[in-house]
Unconditional design. Structure first.
Length: 298
């Protein structure tokens, strides 16, 4: 692959170029598309020519401004399906856009790299916003000074291993309502509310790979019902396997007693609250400060 060869081809005045797009979803699935009339192998990825995927002109700037464009395509059972869009499988997918010499596809240049933003469906097709890598600079960065922990349970800052026994469970779904509420006739070995705030993963069936967050974890005898904050994006069927991880309410007490991980606690439990910071001296009301003596001289 040589970008120099493509530049030389463009400088010749008689060009044979097309565009190609490669999408990589968060679950690792990679797929390619091209607006050429035959399939191409671009950057090691087969790019389909029968998808109807097109894109508007790419808007790129210097500095830290956000690069963006839009992609349009037809929903297809062989590539991008409506069910997958509804399930959120393409949310945040990585996108790479190329300019390719279709006669020698090894000659290409990478014109754009970013992620899928807002996706809209209409008339058997879809429209997706493409956001450049500088869009990441719009997100909050740095540490938040709050009483509760700012880390995500199990991430690099928390460092807790959720895969150890006692902190996750795998079960077959026995009842399901609205892809959001799941029932289990016998689910013991964990305290009630143990999984509240935890991650809920589907590991078999049509919804494999999709996740949710546990809102409620209640028991009735040996039976257990787990409700999520939002419905799973695809159909979850009775008999599908799910994996449920312990939840954390971000408090220091939970970090210490439930996870024995207080050394990695990322909160500030002794920071003064807003009421304390906004308070003012009032006679006869304790302020917690030192007593100031009257008079000056000895």
């Amino acid at each position: 692959m040589t970008a120099e060869a493509l530049y030389a081809h463009l400088a010749s005045g008689a060009t044979q170029v097309c565009r190609a797009w490669i999408l990589r979803r968060k679950d690792g699935l990679e797929m390619g598309f091209t607006d050429h009339d035959r399939p191409l192998l671009v950057d090691g990825v087969p790019c389909r020519a029968d998808t109807g995927l097109t894109a508007r002109a790419l808007h790129q700037t210097t500095g830290l401004s956000v690069d963006n464009t839009e992609a349009f395509g037809a929903l297809s059972s062989a590539s991008i399906t409506e069910d997958d869009l509804l399930a959120g499988r393409f949310d945040g997918a990585e996108v790479r856009a190329y300019l390719v010499n279709w006669e020698t596809p090894a000659d290409f240049i990478l014109q754009f790299r970013g992620t899928l933003g807002e996706i809209a469906r209409a008339g058997g097709g879809f429209k997706a916003e493409l956001r450049g890598v500088s869009d990441l600079l719009n997100r909050p960065h740095g540490m938040a000074y709050t009483p509760n922990c700012s880390a995500v349970l199990g991430d690099g800052r928390c460092r807790f291993d959720l895969d150890q026994p006692g902190y996750f469970a795998e079960r077959l779904v026995e009842t399901v309502e609205d892809r959001r509420s799941f029932g289990f006739a016998s689910f013991t070995g964990f305290d009630e509310r143990w999984f509240e705030g935890g991650r809920f993963e589907v590991v078999s069936g049509p919804a494999t790979g999709l996740t949710g967050v546990v809102k409620s974890d209640r028991m009735s005898g040996t039976a257990r019902r787990i409700e999520l904050w939002q419905s799973i994006g695809a159909e979850v069927q009775v008999g599908d396997t799910v994996r449920i991880f312990a939840g954390c309410d971000k408090t220091g007490a939970t970090c210490r007693t439930k996870f024995a991980n207080f050394l990695n606690f990322r909160g500030f439990p002794h920071i003064p609250g807003e009421d304390w910071l906004a308070s003012y001296p009032v006679p006869d009301r304790p302020s917690g400060g030192a007593v100031r003596s009257g008079g000056g001289g000895a």
